[in-house]
Design a protein around this ligand. Structure first.
Ligand SMILES: C[S@@+](CC[C@H](N)C(=O)[O-])C[C@H]1O[C@@H](n2cnc3c(N)ncnc32)[C@H](O)[C@@H]1O
Length: 329
């Protein structure tokens, strides 16, 4: 792993921690004091070093990727907790931090079998869906200056699909270290130029207006608060940039619908929990997906968050849906 800051400290997983320095400012977020405080460790890097020339100053390491892991101290604040559209059912509704912690712990336990179970339980459709998502962004990824982020990247499959379509830079962010470590391993072994960031999707250590694409596959559903997630996506996108959300949705086909719902509610959680060795993890998948807004509702929330030209496409009759929206130019 190559570091671009001399004071980084590598831990046993090979991730770097950026020591916080008192007085650091997050120039991109003036006025958001609680964010600035929480993000301090990362802001030295992005705020001081890369803000004006992001991302060209983040030169890729020789082997094609590097990681920045930012330890986070979650705080629950009343204004955040009051934001509408609460997200993941884990944790306490009044405390974003408890949800984040519970989600992260759960994904830590499923990491070793995560890829296998994804492909097995979806009969390989998940890979196809991510590639549909990436291909839908070809126009935005066509420029060598384009910057794309796979948000909640997990083991990186969407980032790799974006990489195949992109002429510019691809970043991948997640707050679960084992997931990110696996993504990094995969990137290195396939020589894929994807840069990994340890970051919370609700508090990205990226400047305002810095990305052409923010895409998330099966990650958005797990955020502690969807309104805050959309707001953060909007913040980091450049005017005209696109947000893409690939998530489970509501199946519309009459016969297939009930069959799929039975499989999703009764077969998948049992098989998933058994193979992953993580009791409850795949029951959570069912629970969080069933509570996730349907196609129209998510589109409505994206519009409410300020996205324009919002549209969606059903995949496998609505097992998943691909939503796209643009930040107004
Ligand atoms: C179901 S996995 C999806 C992974 C990957 N995108 C894929 O397509 O397989 C959800 C991922 O979202 C990450 N995640 C959930 N909440 C997050 C947050 N607030 N910030 C960053 N990552 C988050 C989890 O750590 C996990 O790796």
């Amino acid at each position: 792993m190559t570091s671009v800051m001399p004071q980084s400290l590598a831990d046993s997983n090979g991730f770097s921690h950026w020591p916080a320095q008192p007085g650091a400012k997050h120039a991109a977020r003036k006025g958001q004091s609680c964010h600035a405080e929480r993000s301090e460790a990362s802001l030295h890097f992005f705020g001081n070093k890369c803000r004006d020339s992001f991302p060209d100053s983040l030169l890729p390491a020789a082997h094609g990727c590097y990681d920045i892991s930012v330890p986070r101290q979650y705080r629950s604040t009343a204004p955040q907790a009051r934001e509408p559209l609460r997200g993941s059912p884990l944790g306490s509704p009044a405390d974003l931090g408890s949800t984040a912690q519970a989600v992260r712990t759960m994904f830590e336990t499923v990491t070793p079998r995560y890829d296998f179970l994804n492909h097995f339980l979806s009969a390989g459709l998940d890979l196809y869906w991510r590639s549909v998502a990436a291909r839908s962004l070809r126009a935005q990824l066509a420029s060598p200056d384009s910057v794309a982020l796979d948000l909640c990247c997990g083991t990186g499959d969407l980032a790799f699909a974006l990489r195949r379509c992109a002429w510019g830079s691809v970043f991948a962010a997640d707050f679960c270290r084992p997931m990110l470590a696996r993504a990094r391993q995969k990137a290195a072994s396939h020589s894929r130029l994807v840069r990994m960031i340890g970051a919370d999707a609700l508090d990205l250590p990226l400047p305002d207006n810095s990305l052409d694409v923010v895409a998330s596959a099966f990650g958005f559903r797990n955020l502690a608060n969807y309104a805050l997630g959309l707001r953060e996506m909007m913040r980091v996108l450049r005017p005209g940039g696109c947000a893409v959300i690939l998530e489970f949705s509501k199946v519309r086909w009459p016969v297939f619908g009930p069959m799929f719902r039975f499989y999703f509610a009764h077969v998948l959680p049992r098989v998933g929990d058994w193979i992953s060795g993580a009791p409850g993890a795949y029951r959570y998948l069912h629970e969080s997906a069933s509570r996730f807004p349907d196609q129209e509702t998510l589109a409505k929330f994206m519009r409410r968050a300020g996205f324009v030209d919002v549209r969606y496409r059903n995949l496998a009759g609505g097992v998943a849906a691909l939503h796209c929206g643009a930040k107004p130019a």
